[in-house]
Design a protein around this ligand. Sequence first.
Ligand SMILES: [Zn+2]
Length: 334
Amino acid sequence: MENLEKILADFEAGLKNLKSEREVFDFEKRYLGRKDGIITNLFSEIANLSIDEKRELGSKLNEIKKRIKVLLKQKKSSVSKIEIEIDEDAPEIKSGFGSFHPLTIIKKELAEVFSSMGFDIVEGFEVANDYYNFGALNFPEDHPARDMQDAYYISGSKDQLLRAHTSTMQVFTFENEIPPVRKIAMGKCFRRDETDATHEHTFWQIEGFAVDENITSGNLKFTLNEMFKKILEKEDVNVRFRPSYFPFVEPGYEVDSTCTFCGGKGCRICKNTGWIEWGGAGMIHPNVLEKQNIDSKKFRGFAFGFGIERMAMIKFGIKEIRNFHSGDLRFLGV
Ligand SMILES: [Zn+2]
């Protein structure tokens, strides 16, 4: 009997500390649960007692059980209920699977196709001096690209600038390695172009170059053809060179590929010409090689430079270059 009073006292003390419906529920289970409830177990135990003891303890136990039920009911109505507030006007949060950024997709494809042709992949530095950007690459002193209006110079410096192209990696390579070399460099470049739908001050470029004995424009054409096949995912792509001028190549070319979107018939992407313009290329100027003590009679090389955003714009039909670095998730389709 004393034991029963103690159980009730413990119950009442414990009940006071409960603060939520969940706690009350668990507490109720501990005392009245069908399996191992404290009170439930006592009912099973008195089944083994004599008839008199059973009667006495049984009625006391029933009283306690009733009392516990009443107290639980009171407690349930007093504990604070957790209310979930729903703001009907809040915008719907959509979650989805992540996806690769279009530039990442192109960079992966470029890395794959050039690795398969034996090119090393390098990155290089985003800040370089005038020599690596221009001087070593045969830019004349008065070339407009050296103008403060065209490049971002580090404040207080007339020599240090954010690289205007990844061609700086040619110089770093020729300083440190003896031909034959095959490299691609992919990285950010910076120019103070006026920003519009197809020009940004920050953009990604792929620079590729190979120097060896007997390198010709034919090797360049084959290499670029392999690249276009990979990016455009078509086997029948042709490459066309148009003569052009870049200080660090001779001869220099503008590089076009056949338009795989219309099969050469003319469409919006190729501006009805049947050809897509991609970027510049050429045979490395002998002055560039000689400056690094590479014998230009023995070694020849090709080089090319393409904007990676432009590749992604053509491949995925993206019209606005500023989307790439805007951080707008709608652009990524997430
Ligand atoms: Zn076309």
